[in-house]
Structure formats: C-alpha cells, structure tokens
Ligand binder design. Structure first.
Ligand SMILES: *Cc1c(COP(=O)(O)O)cnc(C)c1O
Length: 371
C-alpha cells in the first residue's frame, strides 16, 4: 500500500545526516531537533503552538484530558473512522457518541451531527478521513452555537487546506480548539517509528497540554495535573524535519496518482471515485473507491494474485465493534457508514507510484470489473 523504501532513497543523505547529528550529540530526548521541528511545523501550519507527542492516539487523549471534561460527558465522533478517535474518550470515562457520515466524502454528516447534540455534549471530534477536511465551517458554527469544544483528528490530513466562505484558508488541524496528528510511518508525514503532535492557537490550552504530556509538571517535580509521559524523540524529529520540507511535493505526488486512478475509474458505473469537496483540498492519505455491484472479496483476491495490495478501510463501523457494543446502538442505526463498510476498497497510494504501476493496477481492476 505504501513504498517507504523508495521514498527514503531520495532523501537518504539528508535524513542520515540528521539522525547522525542526534547520535553525535546524544540529545535523544527533548533535544534541539525536536524544538527545530516544532517551530518548522508551526510555521508550515501557521499555528501558534505545536506540541510534539509520542503518537496520534496520545495526541487525541491529551487533547481531551486538557478540556476538563467530567465522567459521562458526551464526545461526538463519526462512526466511520479508525478506533483511536473513540477509544481515548472511552478510556477517559467520557461517553463516545457516534454519528453517521456523508456517503460522498466519508466525513461526519452535518445533519446527523446537529440531531445528536444533547445537553451532555461537550466536544465534537471530526475526523478528516482519508486526507480531506470535514466541513469545518459548519462544524465550528454548530460548536459555537452549542458551546462545544472541537478537537480535529487530522491524523490522515496533514497538509490539506480548508477554504472558508469568506475566502480565508486554514491548514487541517488548525481550525478547532485543538488539532491532532500522527507521524506513524505510513501517514502522509511519517517518521521511522511512532510520533504525533497537537496543534492549537490557544495559549492556555497549549501550556496545559504541554504539561499533561510531561507528567503534569511545569516546574520539575511539581505536578499540577495528572499527566502522562508522551514525547516525540529527537531521532524521529530529525527525520520529520527533513520530510516536512518535502510535504507539499508528497501531497502533489499523491494527488497526481489519484488523478490517474480517477480518470480510468470514472469510465465505469461500477466504481464511484472519491468525491472532492469544494471547500477542501485532498491529500489522499488513502485512495478509497466505492464498488457498486462488484464482488469485493473476489476483486481483492484477483488483485492480490497479481501482486497488488488492496485494503478495506474500514470493515466495521465503531458502533458495531465488539468493545463498543452497548444498549445504545444496534445494526441499522447508521446506514450510511454500514453501507460504506460493505462497499469501500482502498488501492495503493503513496508518493512513489510510477505511471507503469498505476497502469498495471488500473488495468488489473478494470479487467475484473469488465468480466
Ligand atoms: C493513525 C490514526 C490515529 C492514531 O495515530 P497513532 O499514531 O497510530 O496512534 C488516530 N486517528 C486516525 C484517524 C488515524 O488515522
């Protein structure tokens, strides 16, 4: 699904020099590389504070910890997403409340969101799924009206830009109270291990989250909050600081691959290509198709037999996951997400796809579709 090896080959000299520098200085934790990367990312995103942490799940957890929510407070999450989004709310004793998504964009449905808000709702966690921003203008308006926090899950969407109706443009993850991202190797900005970051323009929240990520302390050995230990290490920061310089180029490479796929697949009614919304650029963390009247399992087998990976993101919506079953939800409650789980399929998507590879993949899909 990704080709991290070929990507590395192109930036090997820069990356190796950065890693070697960390080793030479032995500043493995909280070294200068972490501060450099933090500032470079703040500049790239045009956000006041970037707080580097251990991974994207920690970022989401620390964000929710900073909001002073109480047990049983409701946090709204889309039901079609990776589990981490709901998991952290559940872990903190909050109540994850799921909503359905939009069939076209895979992102949280604004109509469904409006209907789900109760007096106990305290926060909304929109997920910018597969690399395209959810409708943040609508979400921020709903949040304002109902006095809710917005924590963006931008783990798949770094580099994607949202356009507001007044012409203002913002980077993904910088519009809500807090934004979270992951630097897992296969993410759009990936390191060589685990990593993540939190974004905010709010000074108070930034100080609090920095403290929570560091055992709840500001002055060493004086603990003001119950915290966690979550850090980005210097070697990962060294890798990320190099890759950040290539992020726009990486986003373009992904978009070019998506354009190639789109062109071929838009010729058949059996495939719905990913919708591109008017208010957001797409950075194609995944290239996800909807199959109409196609045997998905057989198609995936056909592709696998030809050496082509294909994945289902995601096969089961949150409300039907075993660990999240409760009397609140049953099958049929969120028909759009349930339908998507049955018909989506993601193809290889990364920065190194050649036209030969794209041709081979698209030919192999079409060969099966036309049978
Ligand atoms: C990857 C991902 C996460 C978690 O990030 P980790 O770094 O793996 O903890 C959370 N939410 C979404 C939508 C993701 O894609």
């Amino acid at each position: 699904m990704v080709d991290l090896k070929s990507q590395y080959e192109k930036i090997k000299t820069e990356v190796n020099a950065g890693i070697q520098e960390v080793i030479d200085t032995t500043a493995f934790i909280k070294g200068g590389k972490v501060i450099d990367f933090q500032h470079d990312l703040e500049k790239y995103l045009q956000v006041k504070h970037v707080i580097p942490v251990g991974n994207g799940t920690d970022a989401l957890q620390i964000a929710l910890m900073a909001l002073c929510l109480k047990s049983g407070d409701e946090v709204i999450v889309p039901t079609f997403t990776f589990i981490a989004t709901a998991e952290v709310a559940a872990l903190l004793g909050l109540t994850p409340v799921v909503v359905d998504v939009d069939f076209e964009t895979f992102n949280i449905s604004i109509d469904a969101l409006k209907k789900t808000i109760t007096p106990r709702t305290k926060a909304i966690v929109p997920v910018h799924l597969f690399g395209q921003n959810a409708n943040m203008e609508a979400i921020l308006a709903i949040a304002k009206e109902n006095n809710l926090y917005v924590v963006e899950d931008a783990c798949q969407s770094i580099g994607s830009e949202f356009s507001f109706s007044d012409g203002k443009k913002c980077q993904s993850g910088t519009m809500g109270d807090i934004g979270c991202t992951s630097f897992f190797p296969s993410k759009n900005l990936g390191c060589f291990g685990d990593g993540g970051a939190i974004f905010t323009n709010n000074d108070e929240l930034a100080a609090k989250m920095r403290s929570i990520a560091n055992h709840g302390m500001e002055v060493r050995y004086y603990h003001d909050h119950v915290g966690v230990n979550s850090r980005l290490d210097s070697i990962q920061a060294a890798v990320l600081d190099v890759k950040l310089r290539h992020l726009d180029e990486y986003c373009n490479a992904r978009r070019n691959a998506a354009d190639y796929y789109d062109k071929v697949f838009s010729t058949t009614e059996k495939i719905l290509i990913p919708a591109r919304s008017s208010f957001s650029t797409h950075v194609f963390h995944q290239y996800t198709l909807k199959l109409i009247g196609v045997n998905r399992a057989e198609l995936i087998k056909h592709l696998n037999d030809k050496g082509i990976p294909a994945m289902i993101y995601y096969p089961v919506p949150l409300h039907l996951q075993k660990a999240y079953q409760n009397s609140r939800y049953k099958a049929g409650d969120f028909p759009v997400a349930e339908k998507l789980c049955e018909c989506v399929m993601s193809l290889p998507m990364h920065t190194e796809l050649s036209n030969e590879q794209l041709e081979y993949i698209t030919n192999s899909v079409m060969e099966f579709i036309k049978k």
